[in-house]
Ligand binder design. Structure first.
Ligand code: SAM
Length: 274
């Protein structure tokens, strides 16, 4: 491997001024990037999908950790910098120019299991997260998700019942996966610094509870948390069979959504899954 110039120099040489519209806040600290790359464990010879490599700070850390990286980037200005990085790690980096929301990930990863790592663009982060965690096929093709979010979103993902942060994202992340807050990142670590703090969340698939449709669970949490201050008998009015399911499980229908544990949502969804 040839010596690589500091990422700040790469940004300057390629004129990669950060674009607000593309959610660009770059990470330059190599130690921090190496810590993020280490979160999923040993990456030697593992396939990794990185969303939004930008000038390639995290990409470089992943390659140094031994990963084979497929990176999708929307900003074509970043492609020459990424091509240089690819030359330093021959045959280990493949870059796709495009929108990650439209990517057929299975095809892009050649049907192989893969870890996802990303310092996500905030504007598409939640949409991608929902896409990764939804879907009936489980376990998914990805083996783990290691994702940078605004800290407030990260806290919603790992939230426990009875807290203000607990809602759809927590149930979605926790009903058949383990989600933990792996690293808090100060806003000053980014160039330019965003207004809010960030955190990296790490998610690994767990066994899916039997007899539960992901779609049914999603509809249930959407209704329940759509009116989170209301009692379940009111908020679940639009879900056929919900009152009977509550009664059958001995769940008091005067409770509110945020008091129901993930296991209770799963039990309700099982009753409602045809
Ligand atoms: N990974 C780099 C880092 O850590 O310094 C850049 C992170 S920056 C927060 C997000 C990156 O995602 C930007 O490079 C941006 O151009 C890219 N991006 C934004 N929307 C995207 C999309 N829909 N698909 C792919 N990349 C996107």
């Amino acid at each position: 491997m040839t010596a690589l110039p500091p990422i700040r120099e790469v940004i300057a040489r390629h004129g990669l001024s950060a674009s607000k519209a593309l959610g660009q806040n770059f990470l330059l600290d190599e130690q921090l990037l190496a810590r993020i790359a280490a979160i999923p464990g040993d990456l030697s010879d593992r396939a990794v999908l990185e969303v939004g490599p930008g000038p390639g700070g995290l990409t470089r850390a992943l390659l140094k950790a031994g990963a084979r990286v497929t990176a999708i980037e929307m900003d074509r200005r970043c492609l020459p910098a990424l091509a240089e990085l690819g030359e330093a790690f021959p045959g280990r980096l493949s870059v796709i120019e495009g929108d990650a929301l439209k990517l057929d990930q299975g095809a892009a990863m050649g049907g192989e299991p893969f870890a996802v790592l990303s310092n996500l663009p905030y504007n598409v982060g939640t949409a991608l997260f929902v896409k990764w965690l939804s879907g009936e096929q489980w376990p998914p093709q990805w083996t783990s998700l290691t994702l940078m979010f605004q800290r407030e979103v990260a806290e919603r993902i790992v939230a426990q019942p009875g807290t203000g942060a607990y809602g759809r994202l927590a149930v979605l992340a926790q009903w058949r996966a383990e989600a933990k807050l792996a690293l808090k990142v100060h806003r000053s670590a980014f160039t330019p610094p965003p207004k809010v703090m960030s955190a990296v969340v790490h998610i690994s698939p767990a066994e899916a509870p039997a007899g539960v449709s992901a779609r049914v669970l999603e509809r249930l949490t959407e209704a329940a948390f759509g009116q989170r201050r209301k009692m379940l008998r009111q908020s679940l009015k639009s879900v056929p069979g919900a009152r009977e399911a509550l009664a059958g499980l001995g769940i008091d229908e005067t409770r509110r959504a945020e008091t129901l544990g993930v296991g209770e949502f799963v039990a309700l969804a099982r009753r409602l899954t045809a």
